[in-house]
Design a protein around this ligand. Sequence first.
Ligand code: AMP
Length: 269
Amino acid sequence: MKIFLSKNKLIKFIQNEKDLGFVPTMGAIHRGHISLFKRSISQSKKTIVSIFINKQQFNRKSDFKKYPRVLKKDISVLKRLKVDYLYIPSNDQIYPRGPNKRINVGVFGKKLCGKFRPGYFEAVVDVIDRFIKIINPKRIYLGEKDMQQLKIIEHFIKKNYNNIKVIGCKTVRARNGIAYSSRNSLLSVAEKKIASKIYNFLDNKKNHLIDKKISFNDVKNKIFKLGAGKIDYIDLLDVNKLIKPYRQNIKYRIFIAYYLRTTRLIDNI
Ligand code: AMP
């Protein structure tokens, strides 16, 4: 695996790659990420992974500071998986003249996480746009774990880059139901148990929510009882009606963002 810290060296080295699969990450590699790498490796001639903790998309300094950083371990995992290229840029390489303030993420970008983290999706789209300009990939691999992000980036790419395909990959979960996430390492054993209970509760009640046999209030109360500190949002939405053009078949997901102590977790079930 070839590791690049320099943007110019990377651009020069990959300029003739016409079949690149790109997996953007913030590091602290886990099984969810690995499923994306494997998908890219199976579909693309070469796979490039980026590790970049995008400061722009953090509202709170403390959240950015405590984000897990395990670069050495990440590199050994990526090498073992035979990823071709790893790009680890500095902030200055990505934002030589500061962030782009003119990104428009549309109505859906202001909902759910966009409502509770103002500017979040604008920053996510900005950084992806910057990576695309550097890497020029044929495919970008993103996880359904971050469904809102996936839909917003998909929409942005369809509008701005007609030759790049976005591949959405299923959420990978541990046996207890918790979706793998870099932030899980910030949870105590007891908190992981709570997260597992919340996932299983929601998974069981999904059809009742669809049939309106249970109210969101009852669901919220139960989640608090299970141990959640705060719920930013919980909603049942048709994934195919999130962003126009709408697709016909209905595909409901429960979207949730909640806190366990100071750790914010999101999921869609
Ligand atoms: P992150 O490093 O958290 O920015 O995630 C990088 C990519 O991995 C994003 O496209 C995420 O949606 C995806 N991802 C994160 N967790 C999972 C998971 N448990 N299953 C599938 N994809 C995931």
